[in-house]
Design a protein around this ligand. Structure first.
Ligand code: SME
Length: 152
């Protein structure tokens, strides 16, 4: 798994060096993560609208979701926007403040993206597997989040 994550990070760096348009880069990153990592079933980005304290769905790969606008504080995504800390939920049925996208989803990881110390967006990943996430997922996604910071 460690080798897979190292390869994914290398591929991400290649994509980032090639793609200048921010929307395209986010979409390609979502595609890369979903296609390369077996327990990533939905990968997307939520972008903060600071005026309305709202997360707006950006580029994603996976099934369409009803949750295109999420108030800060609501669901896992909204909690990460409010706290600025990543969240790993290994069993979504044990989370009260959770917005379900599909009954297939069993677990979720959300990692914030900061620009000049301010929360601007987040990477959201749903998995159909139970408790699949480790610190390696968090490390990979934080490395990607750091490098995406400059496009915001
Ligand atoms: N489950 C998320 C909502 C977004 S979907 O996963 C795409 C949440 O609780 O915030």
């Amino acid at each position: 798994m460690e080798q897979l994550f190292t390869n994914v990070l290398l591929k991400f760096r290649e994509i980032k060096a090639e793609i200048r348009d921010p929307e395209s880069l986010l979409l390609k990153t979502a595609e890369l993560l979903k296609s390369e990592i077996p327990h990533y079933d939905w990968v997307g980005f939520y972008l903060l609208d600071p005026q309305n304290s709202m997360l707006i769905l950006g580029p994603y790969k996976g099934a369409p979701t009803d949750h295109t606008h999420i108030p800060v504080g609501k669901g896992i995504c909204g909690q990460v926007a409010a706290s600025g800390h990543p969240m790993i939920i290994q069993d979504v049925t044990r989370q009260d403040n959770y917005l379900a996208c599909s009954l297939d989803v069993q677990s979720e990881i959300v990692v914030p993206i900061f620009k000049s110390g301010l929360f601007v967006a987040e990477i959201d990943i749903d998995s159909h597997a139970f408790a699949p996430f480790t610190i390696a997922d968090e490390n990979l996604l934080e490395a990607i989040a750091k490098q995406l910071s400059e496009i915001f």
